[in-house]
Design a protein around this ligand. Structure first.
Ligand SMILES: [Zn+2]
Length: 118
């Protein structure tokens, strides 16, 4: 039977079993090596009212607090939220992580934009 991914979408590395965690969104139990992990840093106040709150603040240079959360998402929720994207077979076989590839593409496109503006 053909296999879609050679690691079956996991990073088990010759271990027999890994602990499970619940998905943040749907609560599904997912093995920890398969789950999509993202570290989310968000402002306590939403972006539209940051200016109003900082104007009303008595203290000068007061920085609004942030929430730090490690997010665990199952594959279905990660795809739905577009944290990860489905890729075609040729791209899947390329072992460079998607976020690194996007970062490299961004870096390549930046100097091209500056050259046009100059
Ligand atoms: Zn989920």
């Amino acid at each position: 039977m053909p296999v879609k991914r050679r690691n079956h979408g996991r990073a088990k590395m010759n271990r027999g079993h890994t602990h499970t965690t619940n998905c943040l969104n749907c609560g599904k139990l997912v093995p920890k090596d398969k789950i999509i992990k993202r570290y989310a840093i968000k402002n306590v106040v939403d972006a539209s009212s940051v200016k109003d709150v900082s104007d009303a603040c008595v203290f000068e240079g007061y920085e609004l607090p942030k929430t730090y959360q490690k997010q665990f998402l199952c594959i279905s929720c990660a795809v739905h939220r577009r944290v990860v994207r489905p890729r075609n077979a040729n791209v899947r076989h390329n072992r460079v992580p998607l976020y690194l590839k996007l970062k490299m593409e961004k870096a390549e496109s930046r100097p091209a934009k500056t050259e046009k503006s100059e």
